[in-house]
Design a protein around this ligand. Structure first.
Ligand SMILES: N[C@@H](CCC(=O)N[C@@H](CS)C(=O)NCC(=O)O)C(=O)O
Length: 218
């Protein structure tokens, strides 16, 4: 059995895993799970991820991993080169902190289950939901901008090589792009993400380059 990733073309968390697998040169197959159609709730997928969310990674021996950040750290431990995490404890904490600005504080506010709840419980229409999402993406970009002003990327978030923080930051920028947001008010964030998307691992994992993405934008 090959290493199998369950993902979805526009999923930001799936993007994070795609980039990490690519940076580490790990071969895998991606199974697309249409989370907009509710396929995360089937009994088959429930057996893989009780959280009903992508990504999930099923290893060759059937071992299952979920939660993108946990998977990224696991891959870094099992496939150490190139390293995605620094070795110094303070740097490791900073890398995780940068990652969590989007993974913990922003991205959870815009996933399909939250959008659905906003629409069904509060009657939010498509425009209101999009406004909600842009608000939180914007606040995340504002936080990244302030952080990057205080500690400029050199050239990546923690130094010479791209790592976990950069992967999460690029995913955040991708969500901003998918929602048609202007990045110019966040110049340090924009410059870092342009640098990241110039790298093949970051560019080829992009939502709009995945099977199932709208053909005209691919
Ligand atoms: N913190 C999780 C987030 C997982 C998650 O919520 N994924 C979204 C797609 S980006 C999903 O599958 N959502 C399904 C839903 O909201 O129903 C991670 O980083 O893996």
């Amino acid at each position: 059995m090959t290493l199998r990733m369950y993902g979805f073309w526009r999923s930001i968390a799936s993007y994070r895993l795609r980039v990490a697998l690519s940076l580490k040169g790990i071969a895998y197959e991606e199974v697309s799970l249409d989370i907009l159609a509710g396929n995360q709730f089937t009994p088959e997928f429930d057996a893989i991820n009780a959280a009903h969310a992508v990504p999930a990674l099923v290893e060759e021996d059937g071992h299952i991993l979920f939660q993108s950040l946990a998977i990224l750290e696991y891959l870094d431990e099992t496939h150490p080169a190139p390293a995605l995490m620094p070795t110094d404890p303070r740097e490791r904490a900073y890398a995780r902190a940068l990652a969590l600005v989007t993974v913990a504080d922003t991205h959870p506010l815009m996933v399909p289950r939250v959008r659905k709840y906003l629409a069904e419980t509060f009657g939010a229409d498509e425009a209101a939901v999009a406004d909600w999402i842009r608000t939180w993406i914007g606040k995340g970009m504002g936080t990244y901008e302030r952080l990057l002003e205080r500690r400029p990327a050199a050239p990546y978030a923690l130094g010479a090589t791209p790592g976990i923080a950069d992967i999460c930051i690029a995913g955040h920028a991708m969500s901003a792009e998918l929602f048609g947001m202007d990045l110019t008010p966040y110049p340090a964030f924009q410059a870092l993400t342009q640098r990241l998307f110039a790298l093949d691992a970051f560019a080829s994992a992009h939502a709009l380059r995945q099977p199932g993405a709208p053909a005209k934008s691919r």
